[in-house]
Design a protein around this ligand. Structure first.
Ligand code: FPP
Length: 244
């Protein structure tokens, strides 16, 4: 299988969101006691998926890298993930910039440890003029928290008398989510076979096609990404409207 399974006469999703799951199982399967080995291998997969986005013309890629719930994992795993992210940015940011990638983040970034947060902010700043592909990392991200933050902002505007409750629209809500300018993902990929959304982009995925593969995230490669895009192209998207 290769990129040839994609029909470039049909639309390719502009925005793909991914729940990267299965790192722990991958580590276990390969006999590693430390789950972090799986996360390290998973970080390499990100590079492969970025190449696949480049080859297919995907404009936005959102990766669920750390959820608000992930803070409950062991101290060692959390610290390891944060250090992995810091090192990933140091190692890859120049290459990402060369490839025209703009790094962005959604989530409660101020909860990240200082070293990781600073590296992230530096990378975001350094890559901010790039326009080929937005790589959006969801970090300390939870969709319900995002919606609560959004409601608080809108409530405060209403309280100040600057907006009437009856004028609140879907567009108003969108404008107060973490990244208002980013279009909703047309395709959501989840690896490692679980049929769950896990508090990821609940508002934004209302009409997304969902593609679940049994492949564990560290084993996911360009061809798996192309397969997901081809699968998406073979679905008919009706948004609850006309039936074919
Ligand atoms: C889920 O696998 C994955 C995570 C909680 C973290 C995802 C992180 C990475 C892919 C690497 C680091 C990210 C960057 C941006 C460098 P799991 O641990 O829940 O797997 P399991 O369900 O098999 O236990």
């Amino acid at each position: 299988m290769s990129i040839d399974i994609i029909d470039f006469d049909k639309p390719v999703p502009k925005h793909v969101a991914v729940i990267m799951d299965g790192n722990g199982r991958w580590a276990k399967k390969h006999g590693f006691a430390a789950r972090l080995k799986g996360h390290e291998a998973g970080a390499e997969t990100i590079r492969a998926v970025l190449r696949a986005c480049d080859n297919t013309g995907v404009r936005y890629l959102t990766l669920y890298a750390f959820s608000t719930e992930n803070w409950k994992r062991s101290k060692t795993e959390v610290a390891g993930l944060m250090e992995l992210l810091r090192r990933f940015l140091i190692k890859n940011i120049d290459e990402l910039i060369e490839k025209g990638i703009r790094l962005r983040a959604i989530g409660q970034i101020d909860r990240l440890p200082n070293g990781t947060r600073k590296e992230l902010e530096r990378s975001i700043e350094k890559s901010k003029h790039n326009t080929k592909l937005d790589l959006i990392l969801a970090l300390s991200y939870g969709s319900r928290t995002e919606i609560v933050d959004c409601i608080r902002q809108i409530a405060s505007i209403v309280k100040d008398g600057k907006l009437a409750p009856e004028d609140i629209s879907e567009e108003t809500v969108k404008q107060h989510l973490y990244a208002p300018d980013i279009p909703d993902p047309e395709l959501l990929i989840r690896t490692s076979g679980e049929m769950r959304i896990s508090n990821f982009l609940l508002w934004q995925i209302s009409y997304s096609e969902i593609y679940v593969t049994p492949t564990l995230w560290p084993d996911f490669r360009e061809d798996d990404f192309y397969e997901a895009i081809a699968d998406y192209q073979n679905r008919s998207r009706r948004y609850g409207g006309r039936k074919n």
